[in-house]
Every structure is written in C-alpha cells, then in structure tokens.
Design a protein. Structure first.
Length: 417
C-alpha cells in the first residue's frame, strides 16, 4: 500500500489509535497507576464491563488495548448490525478458544441497542466464564441495559478528555512520521491547535477529524518539502464538514432537551431560547422538539393556563406544515410563551398518583351503580341500580364514583386548597 493510499483509506483517528496503556490519553481515574481496572488488566483478571461515556473518549481503544495486553481473542461487533445469529457464531469461537486455553473478549459497541432477547443470550456465557464482555454505550446503562446483565458487569464512566489531552493528541499526530503528518512540513500555530482542541468538546476523534480535514485537501503526498500552512479559516472550513456541536443520537441529545425543559420550568425564556437554538442548529427534528413542548404544556403548566396546550399544539401543526428553517421562529414563540406562563404540576402529580394506584391495586371492581346494564340479567343482579343521573340533581348529587378501596381519595391538590 502506498503512502497516498494509506492516507486516503485509513482515517487519522484510526491510524493514531494507541496500542498500549502508556500511549493512552485521559481516563486516569479508570486506568491510572494503582486504579482497579489497571490492576485487573495487569493481573489478567478481567471482569465483564460496561464502558459508559461520550463519543471519542477512548472506549473502543481501551478495549483493544486490554485484549492485546491480555493476549485475548478480541471480537468486536456493533449492536446496531448484529443479532442472535452473530452471537451464536461468537459463542462457538469462544468455545474453540477455550479448548486451547485462550480467552475471548467480546466487545459490543452501542450495547444499549441490543434487545432483551439478545442481552439475555449473553448471560450464561458471562456467568460461566466462557467470555469477558466489554460493552460500550453513550447512554446511561441504568436505563438502557437490562438489570440482569448490568448486575454482572462493572460500570466504568468515561469523562470527556481535557483540553490539554486533546492538544497532546494533536501534536502527536503532527509529529508522528509513521501514522501522522511528521514527514510533511505542516505549519500550524499553537493557538490553532488549542482552537481545535476547544472545538472538539473533549472528543479526540472529532479533534483528529478536524485536523485531517484541514490538512488533507492541501496535502501533496509526493512533495515532502512543500509547506502546508494551516490558517484559522481553513480550520473553520474543516469544522463545517463534521457535526460536533450536537449529537442527536447520544447523551448530549438528552442533556440539551433536559436543559430546555428545566429552563422552561424555571421560567427563564432567555436560557430556553439558547437551548432551543442549540437543538435547531444541530439539525434536530423540529417535530421532536414540538412534541416535547406539547408534553411540557400539560406536565408543567397544566391547569394554571389551559391555553398553553393550545399554543403548543398549534406550534406542532405549524412546524408540520412548513418545516425548517421557517419553523424555528414558531418554536421560539412557543418556548417563550411556555417559559412566561404561570406553572402548576398539580395535574401531572395527580395523574401520576392515580396511575400508581391503578397499577399497584390491581383491577379494582367498578361499583355496581356505575356499571352499564344493557341486559335484563345485568339489571337483575344489581348493575346500574341506585345510580343518580347528574342533570336531574343539578350536578350536585352526592354519590361515590371511586372503588370501595379508594373512597374519599383526592388526587388533585391545588395550591390554594
């Protein structure tokens, strides 16, 4: 393979992937000297694990390093594109490895995408030691990974890389002659390296992609003496080619919608507009945002302003009609309206309490006087007997509408009551 083909066919983040713990940047709280996981790696006594953290923080890289250092058979699959058939093949492979005394590490990327059946299929083979599981996820495993599987794994939380770590990784890429751009005369100011590090938001992969997109269009693989000058304009142009500001499928998606919701609840229209703008700028589906605003109108405004739901539903319909970019201002109108509304979660709490009773108390029988009686038999056994027709009593009749077990139960609790 020629150098040109190498640059074209292997992305810079892949070429620069560390192969040992000594070259691994960041996550010192997990694999630093004396840490539990580092000791387990060095002792070749690995538990099954879940790596949870944002993209580009080293989850896959650390899994590869572990496999290499422990001389294990490293099998990597993606939960998005694999199923039970793939798992059965891996189990057979692990059994063959076991006969020769070799361990198997199964790395499942985006493990939260596996369904219950697929996750359950792993359990016996983790329990009997046939393989060590390393699952990677950007989502909170408490919600996305089944308890039965989660209880058999240690969870390690990966943090976003510090700016100085990203700077070190970028400098390594510029100096490395075998895997980076060390053979070329790349002229790049320190402040631009720090700019890329800042823009990457703690994601090493994004930082290296920006660097690669800044250099490669100006790279002449046959001219090692040519000076490649990288300017701020070049970096900004490269930045436009990748989406690092808003991850619609990762944890940041949920963090930002949570920030929007909480800003609305706290009646801060300015903060709410900022988080809305972040979502819009990141290309979020406007109907997703509109649906969340409809929910908010009942959950947090509720009976304090019944017009809030009308406003939110109208906003959803308008977004459906015209889409981006025109619907951005419509979403803004709804956001500001909801932020400035008086708030009440009395309805939300009341429904939650009623729903809890409905689930926990089982199928409580409907009182006989409230039951419909379309047949003579039903009337003979007491269905509908004693029911008071409200209009005949001026809507002031006194009768019980709750099951016997919930007589007198009040769910709605207003502030002035």
């Amino acid at each position: 393979m020629s150098l040109f083909e190498d640059y074209r066919n292997r992305p810079l983040p892949e070429r620069l992937r560390p192969e040992s713990l000594d070259d691994f940047f960041g996550q010192f709280g997990i694999v630093g000297e004396g840490k539990l996981l580092r000791k387990a790696i060095e002792a070749d006594a690995l538990p099954s694990m879940i790596f949870w953290g944002p993209p580009g923080t080293g989850k896959t890289t650390l899994a590869r390093i572990i496999a290499k250092q422990t001389k294990s058979d490293f099998v990597k699959i993606s939960a998005v594109s694999s199923g039970l058939k793939d798992l059965r093949m891996i189990i057979d492979r692990a059994k063959s490895n076991q006969l020769t005394g070799r361990k198997t590490i199964l790395f499942v990327d985006e493990i939260h995408r596996w369904n219950k059946t697929q996750q359950d299929g792993l359990l016996p083979h983790i329990e009997n030691g046939l393989m060590v599981l390393i699952g990677a996820t950007t989502e909170n495993p408490s919600f996305e990974v089944r308890n039965a599987l989660l209880s058999r794994c240690r969870v390690f939380v990966f943090e976003r890389l510090k700016k100085e770590d990203i700077v070190s990784i970028l400098k390594r890429a510029l100096k490395d002659k075998d895997k980076g751009y060390g053979e070329y005369k790349v002229k790049m100011d320190e402040k631009l390296i720090e700019l890329i590090a800042g823009l990457s938001n703690g994601d090493a992969r994004s930082a290296l992609n920006i660097l690669e997109y800044s250099i490669n269009p100006n790279l002449d693989v046959d001219d090692f003496k040519k000076t490649i000058k990288i300017t701020e304009e070049v970096v900004k142009e490269a930045l436009q080619r990748i989406n690092i500001l808003y991850d619609k499928d990762g944890e940041e998606h949920y963090n930002i919608i949570s920030a929007l919701h909480k800003s609305l609840r706290g009646s801060d229209p300015d903060a709410a507009l900022y988080w809305l703008a972040r979502m819009v700028d990141g290309g979020e589906d406007p109907l997703y945002i509109a649906r969340r605003l409809v929910r908010f109108a009942s959950e947090d405004v509720g009976l304090a302003n019944s017009r809030a739901l009308e406003q939110a539903v109208a906003g959803y319909k308008a977004c459906h009609f015209i889409g981006y970019p025109e619907c951005g201002v419509i979403l803004a109108q709804v956001v500001v309206y909801l932020a400035k509304c008086e708030k009440s979660n009395a309805l939300y709490r009341a429904y939650g309490e009623a729903y809890s009773d409905a689930r926990e108390l089982g199928n409580l029988p409907v009182p006989l006087h409230l039951r419909n009686a379309p047949t003579k038999l039903m009337k003979d056994i007491g269905y509908s007997v004693g029911y008071k027709y409200s209009p005949d009593y001026g809507y002031k009749e006194e009768q019980e509408y709750m099951p016997d077990e919930l007589k007198g139960k009040k769910y709605i609790k207003f502030k002035d009551k």
